[in-house]
Design a protein. Structure first.
Length: 164
């Protein structure tokens, strides 16, 4: 028996843009369906928003996303502009050497090499708020945290080589 979990991200009108961004970072294919595709009248507010979406690549990355019905404020544009986003997905900061957050989850990305990790870091960092700069840590040759332009906080690190 095997089990797979997939992160399902909830957006307020920006799921399509987020999925396209994640595709530009990770490659793969985007699949999406709108509320209109599932029967909402085409002229109804929100009919063009994403009810089901995902990006999936050959390496096994899969993220799902949708637009929460009735919420169309462009929080990604606000986030990118550096405004307060506590109402969208919470906040994450580093204070006195510890991570302080009111978010319910972080998205973790683990790479096999520092070079691979740097590529993902650089792509995700475009328009992001850096929580912890990418650097060597006690447990990994590369570790960093950022909140991307869509309000998702990513924890990135290099898989440690364990002896034994």
């Amino acid at each position: 028996m095997s089990i797979t979990t997939t992160t399902h991200l909830n957006f307020r009108g920006t799921a399509r843009q987020a999925l396209e961004f994640y595709q530009s970072v990770f490659g793969g294919d985007v699949t999406l369906a709108t509320y209109g595709d599932f029967g909402m009248p085409a002229d109804a507010p929100g009919a063009d928003k994403v009810v089901f979406g995902q990006v999936e690549n050959a390496e096994g990355l899969r993220l799902m996303a949708y637009d929460v019905p009735g919420t169309t404020k462009d929080h990604a544009a606000e986030y990118h502009a550096g405004e307060d986003h506590a109402g969208t997905a919470g906040t994450t900061t580093r204070e006195n050497g510890v991570t302080v957050t009111d978010r319910t989850f972080f998205q973790s990305l683990r790479a096999d090499s520092l070079d691979e990790l740097i590529g993902y870091w650089d792509a995700l960092a475009d328009g992001a708020v850096i929580v912890e700069p990418l650097a060597a840590s006690a447990w990994s040759p590369g570790f960093g945290m950022l909140t991307d332009r869509f309000g998702v906080t990513w924890v990135l690190d290099v898989r440690a080589a364990y002896a034994g």
